[in-house]
Design a protein around this ligand. Structure first.
Ligand code: GDP
Length: 141
């Protein structure tokens, strides 16, 4: 099914100059960039986005990291985009990520792991709506 998912190129990858290479991986795998914006997140935006992790010991560190420098917010579109994006990203901890995945190629640690990707249709809908207006997960075509 053609669907949309939400992706972030995180500060470590922007600082490392990997925006083009990461966008290139999505395009190579057939995902289209349906929306894109680069900007520096406010603290309250990072905290709201990661609210489900509020009780975790790394929450403060995660929000510090996500507001350290600009990020690239994207909506990716394509067949099975949600699962496909997660596969292209690789495991949360780059040490466990498969060869060729973004996290294996570009990430240094479980905290600074270069990309975010929605993990379900519900998360995709919520996360797209958090940053972009008027875009729904499923398209009519
Ligand atoms: P994801 O869906 O693969 O991004 O992973 P999770 O939803 O489990 O975690 C969300 C994000 O929190 C991860 O992508 C990391 O940036 C961060 N994170 C997860 N575990 C840790 C940790 O142990 N330490 C730190 N500093 N950050 C973490």
């Amino acid at each position: 099914m053609t669907e949309k998912t939400f992706s972030i190129i995180k500060p470590d990858a922007v600082e490392g100059n990997f925006i083009g290479k990461i966008v290139g991986r999505f395009e190579e795998e057939g995902l289209k960039i349906a929306a894109m914006e680069m900007r520096h997140l406010a603290r309250h935006e990072a905290e709201g986005f990661y609210a489900e992790h509020k009780a975790r010991p790394f929450f403060g560190e995660l929000c510090d990291f996500m507001t350290r420098s600009p990020v690239v917010l994207m909506v990716l579109e394509g067949k099975d985009a949600i699962a496909k994006n997660r596969k292209i990203m690789g495991a949360t901890n780059p040490a466990n990520a498969d060869a060729g995945t973004i996290r294996k190629l570009f990430s240094k640690s479980v905290g600074e792991n270069s990309v975010h990707g929605s993990d379900s249709p519900e998360a995709a809908a919520r996360e797209i709506a958090y940053f972009f207006r008027g875009i729904s997960v499923y398209s009519k075509k």
